[in-house]
Design a protein around this ligand. Structure first.
Ligand SMILES: Cc1ncc(C[n+]2csc(CCOP(=O)(O)OP(=O)(O)O)c2C)c(N)n1
Ligand SMILES: [Mg+2]
Length: 707
């Protein structure tokens, strides 16, 4: 933006215009009362920042990040939208937005001190991590940019839940976070779906110490996005100016409410308090730059303009400031004596407190009908039944639809997934409920998170486990954390189905990976790994009907193996999580395994001929310790076998626990069999050598029996 003078002139013009025209058109009024209210919010936001800075210096809070310099655009956004109707995915700098939506100074201070009374996270999140189910402010993480893809899911869900609604989803971030892939994945998703979503990018020209020209080619996001213009309404504005900001936000909101598609508001701001209290911008910003920014401080410009326009008197201004100070003081005083969370609440709300997928409520007897089906057919049928049973179930991913060009459906057979797992589902349930997404794994999981947060039941597919990694931020820092970090305010019980594993002959490095331990290591996530068609049906239904996020691993090699087929066990058949199956009883040695190695273990046991017990874990998180312990106490010898690489593998955890808790029952060391610590090779010779085979199991079992 130009000089201070330019900004002031622009401001005066806009205030006059706004109080008349814009307000009338949008139904929103920018009356004197509203302008004074905006000023009050602005002042409150800044004074809370000031108070927190003080409290941090006194070591009474443990982190501080300010909204200073961003207040004008944020309050404009808050005033243009409707909390409790619209949905919000804010970021850490959105103090003034949060205030204008209804988060109170008390709530902010209680989070800053980490109190049990912190309604936003119960003392679990840093300050400035806004959350309120009532206001539709979805608890955010500290990860820059991860909110974008979730907001797309939220907006998409809103459309499916009520196509007549005029709700809007607002997602915000700094300009630095637009370098994240998730921003581009979200922009793609929002434009393709013409979704009612506002991307509010608050550009303070720095991402910590990195200036925008080192972050964004050309140093200007709006210019970079020019090619999106046909799909995305864009506005580049001075976000330190309340009038300009209100006009832009009002226009953005009415564009979205009118069903005209997404909007990106690029608001230039300043950042006078450094990045956070852990940063000092004097290390990388010149004095002249800092001085120029100070001239554009909305906390100076806005009250000055209201005074000049005669919308407030000096006396009223001074009273307002004193009033705000009192309110902030009250909030600080209250928070400082508020109790911390009880230590024994640490594990609370990792999982749903209402629905327990390990309980007998998820135990149903099979009622078999028809001929034996393969695992892949059984999964398709279960998805069909759940789509039928619950209108909130949606199925999506890369290539999962029969045909994106649905007009062609009468002519073509339909793709339905690279493994045909979802074939026929789009044809049966329509393109709203079964659809293709772009190749964007973070976007797929993020969409699932946003949809599940809104009460939908997304069953998303990652095409191959090998390609899950772009979604890792969503899978580790978001999906399993939302309930815990919001102290049960929000949850996202989505199901992510993932074909996994090797023994494919030619699958090579990038179509054969295992790696389930990367996910069993994540608190809050259920990880399921069936070894046969019957278990796949029962466990998939439990995954869909439970209230926790589930990673559902489907072994590609098992999809069409004749040996694991089963007649269909019925449309209500379920298997609880955390209940292993003894697939072969015995009393001389226990083999603990899962997935494709179950059948190999059975073959090894048969070859040896001894009384060997084989346990199929079926779910890896949670796992059935009771069945393991009972078996090991009986047999005193234990082998843990899995397809994934040996070192740091799933077997390491189980053997550590066996050694720890069952040491006195053992007659032999705990042994493990797994893949060599390398990738799966393309040549069949290599693949055989790398992945565990029946012979490896036979050798390991014999060596244990020899003790
Ligand atoms: C994924 C991720 N990477 C890095 C960080 C560390 N980090 C926190 S804020 C920040 C800068 C963000 O800058 P910008 O998006 O411009 O927002 P601003 O803080 O300037 O408002 C960084 C790198 C993070 N929180 N998340
Ligand atoms: Mg920035």
């Amino acid at each position: 933006m130009g000089t201070n003078d330019t900004a002031t002139i622009l401001y005066d013009k806009l205030i006059k215009m706004l109080t008349r025209a814009v307000a009338a058109e949008s139904g929103l009024s920018l009356t004197r009362t509203n302008l004074v209210h905006a000023l009050r919010l602005m002042q409150t936001s800044r004074r809370i920042d000031d108070r927190e800075v003080l409290m941090k210096r006194q070591n009474r809070i443990y982190f501080q990040i300010s909204g200073a310099g961003h207040e004008a655009i944020q309050i404009a956004a808050g005033m243009a939208l409707r909390p409790g109707h619209d949905w919000f995915y804010p970021y850490y700098r959105d103090r003034a937005l949060a205030l204008s939506l209804g988060i109170t100074p008390h709530m902010m201070m209680l989070q800053a001190v980490g109190s049990a009374e912190d309604t936003q996270s119960g003392g679990r999140q840093m300050p400035s991590h806004w959350s309120s189910p009532d206001l539709h402010i979805v608890s955010g993480s500290s990860c820059t940019g991860s909110q974008f893809v979730q907001a797309v899911g939220c907006a998409h869900a809103g459309r499916l839940l009520d196509p007549t609604s005029d709700e809007v989803t607002l997602v915000t971030s700094g300009e630095g976070a637009t370098s994240e892939g998730e921003f581009w994945e979200a922009l793609n998703g929002a434009c393709l779906g013409k979704l009612p979503i506002i991307f509010l990018i608050q550009d303070n020209h720095y991402a910590i110490s990195v200036p925008v020209e080192a972050q964004t080619p050309g140093g200007n996001l709006s210019k970079l996005l020019a090619g999106y213009a046909d799909h995305l309404k864009m506005m580049e504005i001075d976000g330190t100016d309340f009038g300009t900001s209100f006009a832009a936000m009002t226009e953005a909101v009415s564009h979205c409410r009118g069903g005209l598609g997404p909007v990106l508001v690029h608001a230039h701001c300043i950042r006078p308090y450094s990045h956070s209290l852990s940063d000092d911008e004097r290390y990388y910003k010149s004095e002249s730059e800092r001085a120029a920014e100070a001239d554009r401080d909305p906390l100076i410009l806005f009250p000055r303009s209201l005074l000049r326009e005669g919308l407030i008197t000096e006396r009223e201004l001074s009273e307002l400031m004193q009033d705000v100070d009192r309110e902030v003081q009250d909030a600080a005083d209250y928070s400082l004596q508020a109790p911390p969370p009880a230590r024994n609440t640490a594990l609370q709300f990792l999982y749903s407190p209402k629905v327990d997928p390990t309980s007998t409520a998820f135990e149903r007897e099979p009622e078999f009908t028809g001929e034996p089906r393969t695992m892949v057919d059984s999964i398709t049928l279960t998805l069909y039944e759940e789509l039928q049973a619950n209108s909130r179930v949606v199925v999506f991913g890369e290539d999962v639809a029969d045909c994106s060009r649905s007009a062609l459906l009468p002519e073509v057979k339909g793709k339905g997934g690279v493994f045909k797992t979802t074939q026929g589902l789009q044809r049966q349930f329509g393109s709203d409920r079964v659809f293709n997404t772009p190749i964007a794994e973070a976007g797929i999981v993020g969409r699932a998170i946003g949809m599940a947060t809104r009460g939908m039941k997304p069953v998303a597919e990652i095409q191959f486990f090998d390609y899950i990694w772009p979604a890792m931020m969503q899978l580790r820092d978001e999906l399993p954390v939302l309930r815990w970090r919001s102290n049960n305010g929000f949850a996202c019980p989505a199901v992510i189905r993932v074909p996994i594993g090797g023994y494919l002959t030619g699958g090579s490095i990038y179509h054969s990976q295992s790696g389930e331990v990367a996910f069993t290591h994540i608190p809050g996530l259920r990880v399921v790994f069936p070894s046969n068609a019957l278990d796949a049906v029962g466990l998939l239904r439990t995954a869909i009907r439970c209230d926790d996020p589930v990673l559902f691993l489907e072994h590609k090699k098992l999809y069409r193996e004749p040996y694991n087929r089963s007649p269909h066990p019925g449309a209500d058949f379920m298997i609880p999580f955390g209940k292993a199956k003894i697939v072969r009883p015995g009393d001389k040695l226990t083999v603990i395994t899962y997935g494709a190695v179950v059948e190999k273990a059975l073959r090894a046991a048969t070859e040896i001929g001894a009384s060997i017990e084989v346990i199929d874990l079926r779910t890896l998180a949670p796992y059935d310790w009771e069945t393991i312990a009972t078996s090991v106490k009986k047999t005193s010898r234990v082998l843990i076998a899995h397809e994934d690489v040996l070192s740091w593998g799933y077997g390491a955890e189980i053997s550590a626990r066996v050694a720890d808790e069952l040491f006195g029952h053992l007659d032999a060391p705990v042994k493990r069999v797994g893949a060599l610590d390398t990738w799966v090779g393309y040549s069949p010779e290599l693949e055989d050598a790398i992945l565990p085979q029946v012979d490896d199991l036979v050798r390991a079992i014999r060596s244990l029996l020899a003790y």
